[in-house]
Design a protein around this ligand. Structure first.
Ligand code: ZN
Length: 279
């Protein structure tokens, strides 16, 4: 499950924060994702959301939903004007008509100048409870930290034409490690031994996925587990991430792929929290 699915799932069950920053390169589908998120959260259907049938979904399809507003700065630097932000502020006082939320989709927020940023920051500091802001930008580094710290950052990867198999395999290995499924992860890792390049790619992904899980659950370097059924503490996951750097450079050198991956598996499933010397 990627970022998109996870977020849409939480929108469907009404677990919604006040502000999100959806970031990613052009072509990552940021706007579509923001619209999907709003549509899912506002759907009043009983089953899977968005249902496509309810009043809210129909209004969305006709682009006439009164509780979804879009604003953008599409003309490059400084094109997201302070007047636009002021317009948002005025609109904010109007309570939602159809539901419990009002969605403000703000595209290309990196094109706000300092004045627009400051005006928007004031809004973010004390938004009405029904307001949800979905901001998009290409690069979160271009956004002032005062705004970053008040938004949940959702990085989106570019949608690939063909599904990226390495990501799915790495995700499965990560889950096996976290749940303590030693034999399953051994067999997934074992299947990589014939392809050094693919093994390296998957190890890189595995490190990214584990780091993301730590961050998301706020258990970095702590003795806490992601949840009580899980096997690994934050500290242990962190030590696996550190070990992965060694594993990757060993694989980039001439290390035996099967032995190196099997060392990783043994390390991941014992309780030791500081990596020993692998070579
Ligand atoms: Zn619906």
């Amino acid at each position: 499950m990627d970022n998109r699915d996870r977020l849409l799932q939480s929108a469907a069950i009404g677990r919604i924060s006040h502000a999100y920053l959806i970031s990613g390169q052009e072509g990552a589908g940021k706007r579509d994702f923001a619209r999907d998120f709003a549509r899912t959260a506002l759907c009043s259907g009983a089953g899977d959301k968005p249902c496509g049938q309810c009043k809210s979904c129909r209004k969305f399809a006709n682009q006439t939903h009164p509780d979804i507003k879009e604003y953008s700065g599409d003309g490059g630097k400084n094109s997201f004007h302070i007047e636009t932000v002021r317009g948002i502020r005025t609109d904010l006082y109007v309570t939602p008509t159809e539901s419990d939320y009002k969605f403000y989709l703000l595209f290309n927020v990196e094109n706000m100048n300092i004045h627009a940023h400051n005006a928007f920051l004031k809004i973010l500091e004390e938004p009405p409870r029904y307001a949800v802001f979905l901001l998009t930008c290409d690069n979160p580094k271009a956004i002032p930290s005062t705004i970053l710290s008040r938004t949940m950052n959702i990085p989106l990867n570019k949608i690939h034409d063909e599904p990226d198999e390495s990501y799915a395999i790495a995700e499965e290995i990560a889950v096996c490690m976290i749940k303590g499924q030693e034999y399953r992860s051994a067999s997934l890792l074992g299947a990589l031994e014939g392809d050094r390049k693919q093994a390296i790619k998957i190890m890189v992904r595995l490190g990214e996925i584990l780091a993301e899980k730590l961050k998301k659950n706020a258990i970095e370097k702590s003795g806490k587990k992601i949840n009580s059924q899980n096997h690994l503490t934050g500290r242990k996951i962190n030590s696996i991430i550190i070990l992965l750097e060694d594993i990757i450079s060993a694989l980039e050198g001439n290390a035996n792929v099967a032995l190196t991956l099997s060392y990783l598996n043994i390390y991941a499933h014992n309780q030791q929290e500081v990596p020993g010397h692998s070579r």
